[in-house]
Design a binder for this molecule. Structure first.
Ligand code: ADP
Ligand code: MG
Length: 445
């Protein structure tokens, strides 16, 4: 029975939600819900599908408990009924126009392979992406690209799309963010046109999904994406996925992880000093601003976390440079970028500084770091010091390795590679490195 009182309670709940949730959320999750029956003891809601039911319970249980009848254990006394499905219609093989338009706008025209500067940290992943773009479905499938934020994953994904659209005009290629996919799924579930969406996705030749990590803890959506992947892979249609973590580190089902690991899993790492310099110069040139090699090194030595930061720095510099009509010198950079730079901006870091800071943080002796003891307690900090030397100190590899007691330059390169890979998954190491960098940045007598 639907009492006037209970209907009012539900309306009050909706009013409360409209004030506290976003308009999209209200539209997607609350508007489609109807009160079917309400008694003093229980409220029965009609929902279009199980996703809406789960969403309400997972995200709004506390709020619901303020408005609806409660069970003895304090939980909201709710029952859900799934609305009957609409008659199935033959589905046209095209994306809903509003979705297609949105995609057009968001595909970044500057994210091309030509604009993607390569170096040891991303050479392999770039060539894998180019391989997929040249021969979709015939090389690595799926191609899974993972890496930290701002390292160029989305850039590569868009570059693949540009290439396919140019070289393989007949292929049905579609890229989407995971958030976008979920929103689309919700939209089609609500408008009871899910078959249309399934048909669209399963008829694609190439599907690219950005930021799959947003699928974690969203079990029902995961199943739909996984089914789509399986359907496409069975027909050798190309899939490209990006993520901030490797498949095995994502909180996703074993089935999903297995599908993603099926093809090639590859990662983008933080670019080394030379690549950062090349990126800075490329970006400055694109903006029509001259940046000398010396100044580019000066910036790249101090901004090393990711490419997005480098880009932020170059944008700011170019804007100031045009505004003030000034040449970009080290002094100009220090004044303009200020807090973006390490506090040691004006002082070049030497291998000696690094050895001394690493020795302090890891509690070992500088002489041990220079020596050849191979016990883990010494060898590991030594590799960290070698990594930092390559990152922060100007000079050839042979010159740098000579500062480590005359080691071969391949030893230094090996150490750098090892630490770069380990940094991807080793949070304590990231923190230790931060401590070393902070120690380096603090003036010492
Ligand atoms: P992610 O998706 O990994 O977080 P993005 O692809 O959004 O990173 O990259 C962040 C910014 O850095 C973008 O503007 C991109 O063009 C730029 N970028 C990243 N890597 C490179 C590179 N190797 N060469 C040129 N630009 C790059
Ligand atoms: Mg991205």
């Amino acid at each position: 029975m639907l009492t006037r009182n209970c209907q009012e309670t539900w309306s009050q709940f909706l009013e409360y939600i409209e004030e506290h949730a976003s308009a999209t959320e209200v539209e997607n999750w609350f508007k489609p819900v109807k009160v079917l029956e309400a008694t003093e003891q229980q409220l029965t809601l009609e929902v279009p599908n199980i996703f809406v039911q789960e969403y309400l319970l997972n995200n709004y249980k506390k709020e619901l408990a303020l408005f609806v009848p409660l069970q003895a254990d304090g939980e909201p006394a709710l029952r859900f009924a799934i609305a009957p499905t609409a008659a199935r219609k033959a589905a046209p093989v095209s994306a809903p126009p509003e979705v297609a338009e949105e995609q057009q706008i968001r595909l970044n025209g500057a994210y091309t392979f030509d604009n993607f500067i390569e170096g040891p940290s991303n050479q392999f992943v770039k060539s894998a992406a180019m391989g997929v773009a040249n021969k979709p479905g015939k090389s690595y499938n799926p191609l899974f690209i993972h890496g930290g934020v701002g390292l160029g994953k989305t850039h590569l994904l868009h570059a693949i799309v540009h290439n396919i659209k140019k070289q393989h005009k007949k292929l049905r290629c579609h890229w989407i963010t995971t958030e976008g996919f979920i929103n689309e799924l919700v939209h089609h579930l609500r408008t009871k046109s899910i078959d249309r969406m399934k048909h669209f996705y399963r008829s694609l030749d190439v599907l690219l999904v950005d930021d799959i990590q947003f699928l974690q803890n969203r079990l029902n959506f995961e199943e739909e994406i996984c089914n789509t992947f399986e359907a496409l892979l069975q027909q050798s249609r190309q899939i490209v996925i990006t993520s901030d973590k490797a498949p095995g580190q994502l909180k996703l089902s074993e089935r999903m992880v297995a599908r993603m690991e099926w093809g090639l899993v590859t990662n983008v790492c933080v670019p080394d000093l030379e690549t950062r310099v090349a990126i800075l110069q490329h970006k400055a040139e694109q903006r029509g601003v001259a940046l000398s090699q010396k100044v580019a090194f000066f910036i790249a030595e101090q901004i090393f976390h990711n490419v997005r930061q480098l880009e932020g720095a170059i944008n700011r510099l170019c804007a100031y440079c045009r505004f003030l009509s000034q040449e970009i010198t080290e002094e100009f950079v220090s004044n303009t970028l200020g807090e973006l730079l390490l506090p040691t901006a004006h002082k070049a870091i030497s291998v000696e500084d690094i050895l001394s800071s690493v020795a302090t943080v890891f509690d070992v002796r500088v002489s041990d770091l220079r020596g050849s003891t191979r016990t883990k307690e010494i060898a590991f900090p030594r590799q960290v010091a070698m990594y930092l030397a390559k990152e922060l100190v100007k000079g050839s590899l042979s010159k740098l390795s000579a500062s480590f007691g005359g080691k071969a330059h391949s030893t230094l390169l090996h150490a750098w590679n090892k630490i770069v890979l380990q940094l991807e998954k080793d949070e304590p190491l990231r923190r230790q490195l931060q401590m070393v960098r902070r120690h380096l940045a603090t003036p010492h007598q």
